[in-house]
Design a protein around this ligand. Structure first.
Ligand code: BGC
Ligand code: BGC
Length: 742
């Protein structure tokens, strides 16, 4: 409808109707005919008379269900303002991609954009209006379970993905097409102290702006219609009630005029934080910070009206928030078609299509990282006899914790993919051991004890499968070990301090290794694991993450060499947990390890572990052998305040017959500045495909923009002086050259 009509509509609404637009409830409130009035609200404590006015629904999806709820709701509604359906569609709808930490290793934002466009069209067919994605929380600590959803430790790369994901989700946004994106969790949720979920975040404003905020900003600049607040505090103030963060930075500085929604129950959690005394106080603080929608608490629903009556909150303030919600509904065309074309027919046609599956497989193939390949163990030789061993051999749990719309039956097991591939002499599989020794923690997820017992092998079965695995392995030339974390060990509230493979799995690996077979370790995880101990017991490591619907096929294609791996890590794999947080772009310290003036003990290092991670940012192997040499700069001086750019060239040579892709990475270091700058920062990259035995010149431009940072006075600018430019195929092995900004 026209803006003027929308304004009139807003003016016609009663206070209650307005408040309803700012409340989001889950589907259980909307189940049956009269369910708008009875049932779960008792638990939430929401006033009965408020429920019919509630403006948006959380995590209800499926064309039929959405239509039914919408229709019933509109029949009862005087002003016919449709409900907004918002869901967690995080890395795929029915067609599931690898977890974001996994797909970020593709260094291929264009491909991810395509994936998110497909994801959006599947979800729209099924009735979704908004997805709670992209999640772009920068992360440097693998203890945090939500590494799974993150895009790694680098600001620049994360920002590229963030913008690409928003573009994909919101492609052709309007009636019937495109989902509205909701970037989250604003802000710095990934910096939780100690990697413990929901924990405090405290850092300098400089670091926040320099490293953590840019990926959210990239989403906002790409047009993300919503922003979700974070659960954590930032500088002592919970994000959901943080006026500086939400109003001063997000709205006033960045010009964001879309909808801010709290994370799940985060408004009420202001009380638990110790930032608000009660529901009313929490409501006032969240509204003052310009948080528009209260997700899943009774705060706004019950407290906005009294706050208004007491004169603590103005109607204008409420109107502003309601206006933002109505504007979004209008932009999505809901007033014209409250179903946005969602239908069972469209679901059948547009979901899980061969085209979407092909993209999912490509993403998976570009996201599986070859970490180790001693004596070219991989690809498997067609004449070698292959045994598959480990709890992931016959598992369909390859989608990770947040793929709630994926279906297990769509996923092939590794055993099935091996059997069908026809390119190996496959002897079959054996589990060898349980995924975990103890599944009691499943009880926390509401799983009844009897079910937990089913999950687990009995004592006799344990002995049996181990015997069977050893017998099978002894017949093979190569053993592929499919090991890893349980899916429930990562994701939200999946923080851990021990990041090694489960003990029994490591034990199994050792026993198989003792048979003197070649061992290929395929690891499944939602985070970087500590794989240091495993090095002694395997010849190759393929990091598979949770690779999604087409994961097993992708892994198999890589193992047999049909696909040449090209993924490069985006989060450091620690040598041990004591190094955490660990990341490539730290400061040098006054006494770096390679200090010219200090030696021995008195430098910045651990006595019992290296400073370096086991596998660094940007690292990954391929089946081809490439060199990246001959770094050259068009000039050693860049003129400040001009549009000039330096041209950087480097020669990439593929020495082998095998074609493949490399990610050429460009890093910059500012040698001396008004505030210390990281040893290196990624500023550009190119994923380059090379035929066998060919050479290619790779070119980059270096501009003044790439040299900018938040200086001592917090202005964002480049400072004159000396810089080091580094180019290489991972963050550790680079060629360097100097230039000056003059
Ligand atoms: C998560 C969000 C999610 C929301 C809604 C919260 O627990 O932190 O990422 O979007 O729930 O399901
Ligand atoms: C230590 C100081 C000490 C100084 C002089 C430094 O290495 O950090 O604590 O006072 O040496 O011995």
């Amino acid at each position: 409808m026209e803006t003027s009509q929308l304004k009139e509509l807003l003016n016609r609404l009663t206070v209650k109707e307005k408040i309803g637009q700012l409340v989001q409830l889950s589907g259980d409130f909307f189940k049956e005919d009269q369910a708008l009035l009875v049932g779960p609200q008792q638990k939430l404590g929401i006033n009965d008379d408020m429920i019919p006015y509630v403006g948006s629904v959380l995590n209800v999806i499926g064309a039929e269900k959405v239509q039914e709820i919408q229709q019933r709701y509109l029949e009862q509604s005087e002003h016919k303002i449709p409900l907004l359906f918002m869901s967690d569609i995080i890395y795929g709808f029915r067609t599931v991609y690898p977890i974001p930490l996994g797909f970020s290793t593709s260094w291929n934002p264009d491909l991810i954009e395509k994936g998110y466009e497909n994801m959006a069209s599947e979800a729209v067919a099924s009735g979704a209006h908004v997805t709670f994605a992209p999640m772009v929380d920068l992360v440097k600590d693998a203890r945090w379970g939500r590494c799974l959803e993150s895009l790694g430790e680098d600001t620049y790369l994360g920002s590229q993905y963030s913008a690409a994901m928003v573009r994909g989700i919101q492609k052709d946004l309007g009636p019937e097409k495109g989902l509205a994106a909701c970037v989250k969790h604003f802000a710095a949720y990934g910096a939780a102290e100690g990697g413990r979920d929901y924990n405090n975040v405290d850092m300098s404003e400089r670091r926040l702006r320099q490293e953590y905020l840019p990926a959210y900003k990239a989403a906002v600049d790409a047009g993300s219609r919503l922003v979700m607040t974070a659960f954590n505090t930032v500088d002592g103030i919970p994000a959901t009630g943080n006026e500086w963060l939400l109003k001063d930075v997000l709205r006033d500085e960045w010009g964001f005029d879309g909808v801010i929604i709290s994370d799940y129950a985060a408004v009420q959690e202001l009380i638990a934080h110790g930032y608000a005394l009660d529901d009313k106080d929490a409501t006032l603080k969240a509204m003052t910070a310009t948080n528009d929608i209260d997700m899943k608490t009774a705060c706004y629903a019950n407290q906005l009206e009294p706050l208004l009556e007491e004169g603590k909150l103005s109607l204008a303030k409420i109107d502003e928030a309601v206006w933002r919600v109505l504007t979004l509904k209008n932009e999505l065309g809901l007033f014209e078609d409250p179903y946005r074309g969602a239908s069972v027919e469209r679901e059948a046609k547009e979901i899980f299509t061969p085209e979407n599956l092909a993209v999912a497989q490509q993403i998976a193939e570009e996201s599986i990282v070859l970490l180790r390949n001693q004596e070219q163990t991989l690809p498997l030789n067609t004449k070698e006899k292959v045994a598959l061993i480990g709890p992931y051999s016959d598992s369909r749990e390859l989608m990770g914790l947040w793929a709630v719309h994926g279906q297990m039956k769509d996923v092939k097991t590794l055993d099935e993919a091996f059997t069908e591939c026809g390119k190996m002499e496959y002897l079959g599989y054996s589990k060898g051991c349980d995924m975990l020794e103890n599944y009691d923690f499943l009880g926390e997820f509401g799983m009844p004890m009897e079910m937990i017992a089913n999950y687990q092998l009995t004592a006799e079965q344990k002995i049996e499968v181990k015997k069977e695995a050893l017998a099978l392995a002894s017949k093979a030339d190569v053993v592929v070990m499919a090991l890893g974390e349980h899916t429930l060990q990562s994701g939200e509230a999946g923080s851990r301090t021990n990041l090694r493979l489960p003990e029994k799995q490591l034990e199994l690996l050792k026993e198989i290794h003792a048979l003197n077979k070649k061992v290929v370790l395929v690891t499944f995880s939602g985070r970087p694991l500590v794989l240091t101990d495993e090095l002694a017991y395997c010849d190759a490591i393929l990091q598979a993450w949770f690779p999604g619907t087409k994961g097993a096929e992708a892994i198999t294609n890589i193992l047999v060499g049909q696909v040449n791996p090209s993924a490069r890590l985006t989060q450091s794999f620690p040598y041990n947990e004591g190094q955490l947080p660990i990341y490539y772009n730290g400061f040098k310290t006054g006494r770096p390890e390679d200090s010219a003036t200090h030696s021995g003990r008195f430098v910045s290092k651990y006595l019992d572990a290296p400073n370096q991670p086991l596998y660094a940012f940007g690292y990954g192997l391929s089946y081809h052998k490439t060199t990246c040499e001959g770094l050259n700069l068009s000039s050693h001086q860049l003129k400040a305040g001009s549009d000039d750019a330096l041209t950087v060239t480097i020669q990439l040579e593929n020495h082998s017959e095998i074609a493949g892709s490399e990610v050429v990475q460009l890093y910059i270091h500012d040698q001396a500045a008004s505030v210390v700058r990281p040893v290196k920062e990624l500023k550009a990259f190119k994923k380059v495909y090379l035929e066998g035995k060919t050479t290619q010149e790779v070119t980059f431009k270096v501009t003044e923009e790439m040299l900018k940072f938040y200086g001592r006075d917090m202005s964002y600018q480049a400072e004159l002086g000396k810089f080091t430019l580094m180019v290489g195929l991972n963050s550790e092995k680079v060629e360097a050259i100097e230039f000056d900004l003059v």
